[in-house]
Design a protein around this ligand. Structure first.
Ligand code: PAF
Length: 283
């Protein structure tokens, strides 16, 4: 596995390659990331993973400065997962000048849910993802369904800008108790970690009720918000949405339920697709 820090080294290493599969990350890796690398390996070409903590997608009050950076450990994990190239540019390499040209995704998908509670987040994500795509020039890029809206926004960007990249969705990896693996789980203390499973439990409960035919979605969302609040969470949203575009659902739509909630100072997100028709087929 090669570890490259500059765009020119990366371009040289990939010259003539047309089937690169790319996994963008901000490091702080866990088994969920490694499963995305495994998805990338299925494509058969070289696998590139990037490690870059992208300042542009953090609000001033968020955890950019404290985001864990354990580079040697990350590289070992990526090596063991079968990654061929780690691209780990410095900030000066990726943003040599202030990044004043940015990608502003359409508000209908990117100003709702995460975008509503984290204004500017998807501008930062799309800008760095487009820039990383230009560096790596992948044929495939793998994004986890754990960040469901990010996967959809990225896929929409690729469609809208006719980028020659296929976006592949990777399944969410969960701990034995059901908690979705996340880089931010590491911020939880033991008591919070034990409580954290309540988020996926609420999503499962909603999914089960919807699968049984309940269509009073706002009531289900409100009940889950109440349960979480009662257990000491500060939920931002629990939302049942149409899977194709995260719009308000109507009868017969394929659905997904998404949630974001703070436990202490740690904000966790999770989602569950309801029924068949996974995102790779729906979008
Ligand atoms: O999901 C992440 O880790 C980041 O948002 C990404 C896609 C690597 C862009 O910085």
């Amino acid at each position: 596995m090669r570890i490259l820090h500059t765009i020119s080294e990366l371009r040289q290493a990939l010259a003539g390659t047309t089937d690169t599969a790319f996994v963008p990350t901000m490091g702080n890796l866990h088994a969920g990331h490694l499963s995305l690398v495994a998805r990338a390996r299925e494509r058969g070409g070289p696998v590139v993973a990037s490690i870059f903590v992208n300042r542009l997608q953090f609000a001033p009050h968020e955890d950019f400065d404290t985001y864990p950076r354990t580079f040697e450990n990350e590289c070992e994990l990526l090596r063991s997962a079968g990654c061929d190239i780690v691209f780990a540019p410095s900030e000066a390499e990726l943003y040599p000048q202030p990044q004043v040209y940015k990608v502003h995704p359409g508000p209908e998908l990117s100003d709702i849910l995460e975008g509503h509670f984290r204004p500017g987040f998807f501008v930062g994500v799309c800008t760095v993802v487009l820039k990383l795509f230009n560096c790596v020039q992948p044929r495939y890029a793998v994004f986890g369904k754990k960040d469901y809206q990010q996967l959809m926004v990225t896929r929409r960007m690729v469609e809208q800008l006719a980028l020659p990249v296929e976006i592949v969705g990777g399944e969410t990896t969960r701990a034995n108790d059901g908690l979705a693996l996340s880089s931010r789980n590491g911020y939880l203390d033991a008591a919070q970690r034990a409580e954290a499973v309540a988020l996926s439990r609420e999503l499962k409960a909603i999914a089960a009720q919807v699968a049984q035919g309940r269509t009073d979605w706002p009531a289900l969302e409100a009940a889950a918000m109440r349960v979480l609040t009662g257990r000491g969470w500060q939920p931002d949203y629990v939302a049942i949405r149409r899977r194709s575009d995260l719009g308000a659902p109507a009868a017969g739509d394929a659905l997904v339920v998404l949630a974001a909630a703070r436990l202490g100072s740690t904000r966790l997100i999770d989602n569950l697709e309801i029924g068949a028709d996974p995102i790779n087929a729906a979008v």
